[in-house]
Design a protein around this ligand. Structure first.
Ligand SMILES: Nc1ncnc2c1ncn2[C@@H]1O[C@H](COP(=O)(O)OP(=O)(O)OP(=O)(O)O)[C@@H](O)[C@H]1O
Ligand SMILES: [Mg+2]
Length: 357
């Protein structure tokens, strides 16, 4: 999938604009506060109907404007064109897909899958396990949309079990233990299979930055895998009662990235962490590409931040070899990116005005 048309009106500091992105590499260059991240937020809205930066999407609405409208056309590998429209105002959200209103934004993500790599993205490796669970679950879901159903059933059983624990209704736990074990194992196995598939791609991309250091991925199930989950849930509820929530299960799952056979947390530099995040997310996009013939698109905010020149060069080489559509922001024009090369577009942005260079 790639974005072939984009129209923005009333979003942050951006002046109303219509652009036709290039199929592969879109380079957005402008000084600080010119509106580069805002442009990426506009694209993100078409996939998720929310912002990746502000918790409240209505913060995207331009000061003084009643609402914002972003619309776009996305083309699939089979050349089907889908029109997406999102309109936001305080307390109001309207989404249209192929001319029909949508209540939930979930369908957008399938029509227009999208990944973001941003300076705060190293939280994926340094932050709480929830971020890494979301990363795995997003990846699995794009491999197999049915995963969502099993994941929801697991989460529902977990919530029921936790409510019973808080009410000390221990005798009623058994059916929920059974349900949690059934779907919990499914979630864990799907995540494990996903990381197995991701690993060679991650190692290959990561190897372009760190050719001397072996890389790896290791899953943490969230319980002692040597025992059946149901047995643990049945027998060890004393601890759960004390904490008021369930201690074992894939909701406690995680994975670590191994750098020279050791977990990266607290080991590598910020720049190295950033490169590992690039390798992980580009591997994820690569798997989506293998699966669907296209990975949707990847937004990279502030590409140069924290990377030295050789690593920037290595990254540009990796991006140049991919079929994915990228939207990349930078404060300075990169001499390696030339307007007019096949599939490449350069957009300059100043004080909210976007023009094709
Ligand atoms: N709701 C809004 N209405 C109007 N302007 C806004 C709104 N929210 C933020 N802004 C302004 O929009 C401008 C553009 O912000 P943006 O973060 O997109 O810039 P940027 O080009 O990504 O900058 P940097 O290089 O520093 O990351 C900023 O000056 C910001 O204060
Ligand atoms: Mg920015």
């Amino acid at each position: 999938m790639s974005l072939i048309k984009l129209r923005i009106e009333g979003l942050r500091n951006l002046l109303p604009v219509s652009i036709e992105p290039a199929p592969r590499l879109n380079y957005i260059v402008g000084p600080n506060a010119s509106g580069k991240t805002s442009l990426l937020e506009a694209i993100y809205l078409l996939s998720r109907a929310r912002s990746f930066r502000s918790p409240n999407a209505h913060q995207l609405v331009q000061f003084g404007a009643p609402l914002l409208t972003v619309s776009g056309q996305v083309v699939s590998p089979e050349a089907d064109i889908a029109t997406i429209g999102v309109q936001l105002a305080k307390g109001h959200r309207e989404i249209h897909l192929k001319g029909r209103p949508l209540v939930s934004s979930a369908a957008l993500m399938r029509v227009f899958p999208l990944l973001v790599i941003q300076p705060s993205g190293i939280a994926l490796l340094e932050g709480p396990p929830k971020l890494r669970r979301n990363f795995m679950d997003f990846g699995v879901y794009h491999q197999d949309p049915d995963y969502l159903d099993g994941w929801r059933r697991y989460t529902r059983a977990l919530h029921h079990r936790n409510a019973l624990l808080r009410a000390s209704r221990v005798r009623e736990l058994t059916p929920w233990n059974h349900e949690m074990a059934r779907y919990g194992i499914m979630v864990h196995e799907a995540r494990t299979a996903y990381l197995e598939q991701l690993k060679p791609l991650f190692e290959e991309i990561g190897g372009r930055f760190f050719n001397d250091t072996p890389l790896g991925l290791r899953i943490h199930p969230g319980w002692d895998i040597n025992q059946p989950l149901e047995t643990i849930l049945d027998k060890e509820h004393q601890l759960d009662l004390r904490y008021g929530h369930t201690q074992a299960g894939p909701h406690k799952g995680d994975f670590s990235v191994l750098f020279g056979h050791k977990p990266v947390k607290g080991l590598v530099s910020r720049g190295q962490m950033k490169l590992l995040v690039y390798a992980l997310l580009l591997a994820q996009a690569g798997l989506m590409e293998e699966r669907h013939g296209s990975s949707g698109c990847v937004l990279i905010d502030d590409i140069a931040s924290e990377l030295d020149e050789p690593n920037q060069q290595a990254l540009m080489n990796i991006l140049a070899g991919r079929k994915t559509q990228f939207f990349i922001t930078a404060t300075h024009r990169d001499a390696r990116v030339t307007q007019g090369s096949a599939g490449v577009g350069v957009f300059e942005i100043a004080q909210g005005r976007i023009i094709k260079a």
